[in-house]
Design a protein around this ligand. Structure first.
Ligand code: ADE
Length: 247
């Protein structure tokens, strides 16, 4: 069964876009995932085909209408292969996307993704259709389409048969709650900089120990937020992080 992605957008021509090439593009051609963009404007009911209106209470910009977007949602089959797919909306007010959420989505039947433009959606839509709001980071994009492409890319590479070596995902950043260790390749010396000696030693135990240590140090220095969560989980209880701080 393939991963079914339905994207509701005012710019369906943005899909599959960059996901039509490389790893994701090959997987699309192989039928490992499906990409079905839907034009929200096709569900407008007035003769101007309007999808938005001015914000209640005043202010700048336009707001996507709940009735028009809901009609688009209701017209797409939320089920795929008999299973209900999560209904997501890309918005900067959503829950930040994590590798854990990506992994769960990739294991399911697919996703239905709503992409906003302008100031966003009428808030009543989220409750009215049980929509999960998702953000890809603390910055504002001009629309949800780029966010949807990011989310889909992260899911597609985890689908069975998509990544060359199945194990190449196991050690990468975030899978263990840590950043990944750094990589090097030939030439052994470049602009006077050398590859760490241990990586050329052939001693697999030493190499593994070095990689583990670098993953830990780099996470601690670069991402203290991730490090604290990792340490909390390692100590074995939700209060672990606090206990570490107290020590
Ligand atoms: N739409 C606009 N900004 C966004 C963000 N940061 N994440 C997801 N969708 C968005």
């Amino acid at each position: 069964m393939s991963f079914a992605a339905t994207i509701l957008t005012l710019y369906p021509e943005m899909f599959p876009g960059p996901l039509g090439i490389s790893l994701a593009g090959r997987a699309l051609n192989e039928g490992r995932w499906r990409c079905d963009p839907v034009q929200i404007r096709d569900y407008a009911t007035d003769r101007h085909r309007s999808v938005d209106d001015t914000p209640a209470g005043g202010g700048a910009g336009m707001v996507l209408r709940a009735d028009v977007v809901a009609a688009a949602i209701d017209a797409v089959a939320v089920r795929s292969g008999g299973e209900a797919r999560p209904l997501l909306a890309m918005t900067p007010r959503g829950r930040p996307l994590t590798q854990q959420r990506v992994r769960a989505l990739a294991q399911g039947p697919g996703v239905v993704i709503l992409c906003g433009r302008f100031e966003g959606f009428d808030e009543r839509l989220f409750e009215g259709r049980a929509i999960e709001e998702v953000s890809i980071g603390d910055y504002v994009l001009s629309g949800g389409e780029m966010g949807a492409l990011v989310l889909l890319d992260a899911c597609i590479r985890l689908l069975p048969g998509v990544m060359g070596a199945p194990s190449s995902g196991d050690e990468e950043s975030f899978e263990s709650g840590l950043l990944e260790y750094p990589h090097y390749t030939r030439p052994a010396e470049w602009e006077g900089r050398t590859i760490p000696e241990v990586l050329r030693s052939g001693d697999h135990a030493r190499i593994a120990a070095w990689r583990k240590a670098r993953a830990e140090t780099d996470t601690r220095l670069r991402r203290p937020d991730l490090w604290e969560r990792h340490e909390g989980a390692r100590v074995g209880s939700p209060s672990g992080a606090q206990r570490m701080k107290d020590e």
